[in-house]
Design a protein around this ligand. Structure first.
Ligand SMILES: [Zn+2]
Length: 298
């Protein structure tokens, strides 16, 4: 099936009130886990490769394999640069055949974020690549499993309207109380703010820092307009836990590939659970079930 961009899968999600999961690829096992989960749940999926993870995923070497695996999957898959902070990372992802990218200018001053995002959107759109940007700032250590240190700066709905209009982004990551990494206390999402942002902008909204948010909060956020949810920390956590269990049971265990398989299966099961909570299970089961997705239209 087709490699698609964010527009292809998020517009249908927005219309039908489910969210597409975006899960990080940090190794071959995580790639396999995510695609297996999407296949089993018959759900579209987004493969996130974060710039901070380029040390684990050599972009030029790995992208052909990731693209090939995505094309072979029986569901639509977007290959998305997660938190592209540098211009260099954005260009490398474009060259490597990514269908989508996030440019994260959230630590820049507002006008600088607008200007940089606008230029990247212009460039990406010229070759059919979609762009997600971030306004406000989602706290915590991006793309890592370190504890969230702060709650970040929340997105201002009025500014969001101006930002989307001027940059022409395809999706907007909002800061409404979620954070990257592990939560120290239960996150308090600002649902009223989310509703206001939803009314101010038309593009699909993205929730970062999905690890540790209660299922009911996910459902409420999706009803209020979240169409893409990023999850990474919980995947790393469950893979480590599974490996630790095996090693504790048998400290002399030496079959390294079997540890990787166990980790892969644990991540796959977690991704399947998230897809179900996000309401995306079986959306690819019936032909034309998500009208704008080229996969379903074939
Ligand atoms: Zn993020």
């Amino acid at each position: 099936m087709a490699l698609v961009n964010l527009k292809d899968i998020l517009n249908a999600a927005q219309r039908q009130h489910y969210a597409v999961g975006a899960f990080n690829v940090v190794s071959l096992e995580s790639l396999q886990a995510i695609l297996e989960a999407a296949t089993k749940t018959r759900s579209p999926v987004i493969l996130n490769v974060a710039e901070v993870h380029f040390k684990y995923v050599d972009l030029e070497t790995s992208s052909p394999a990731i693209r090939r695996a995505a094309q072979k999957a029986p569901v639509p898959v977007a290959l998305h640069l997660d938190h592209g902070v540098s211009f260099e990372a954005v260009m490398r992802a474009l060259r490597a055949g990514f269908t989508s990218l996030m440019f994260d200018g959230s630590t820049c001053a507002y006008e600088e974020n607008v200007e940089k995002t606008r230029q990247i959107v212009k460039m990406a759109h010229a070759i059919g690549v979609t762009v997600e940007a971030e306004l406000g700032h989602v706290g915590g250590a991006e793309g890592s499993s370190e504890a969230a240190e702060d709650k970040g700066l929340f997105t201002d709905p009025k500014q969001a309207e101006d930002f989307v209009l001027r940059t022409q982004v395809d999706a907007l990551a909002v800061a409404i109380g979620s954070a990257h990494g592990l939560y120290k206390a239960k996150p308090q999402l600002d649902f009223a703010r989310l509703s206001e942002i939803r009314q101010a902008v038309g593009v699909p909204l993205v929730l970062h820092g999905g690890s540790g948010i209660p299922d009911d909060d996910f459902r409420r956020a999706i009803q209020l307009g979240i169409s893409k949810i990023n999850v990474y920390t919980e995947m790393a956590q469950i893979a480590c836990r599974r490996i630790r269990e095996i090693m504790e049971r048998d400290p002399s265990f030496i079959s390294f590939p079997d540890l990787l398989i166990a980790a892969r299966e644990a991540m796959r099961d977690l991704v399947m659970e998230k897809i179900a909570v996000f309401g995306a299970k079986d959306v690819c089961a019936a032909p034309n079930s998500c009208a704008s997705c080229p996969g379903c239209a074939e």
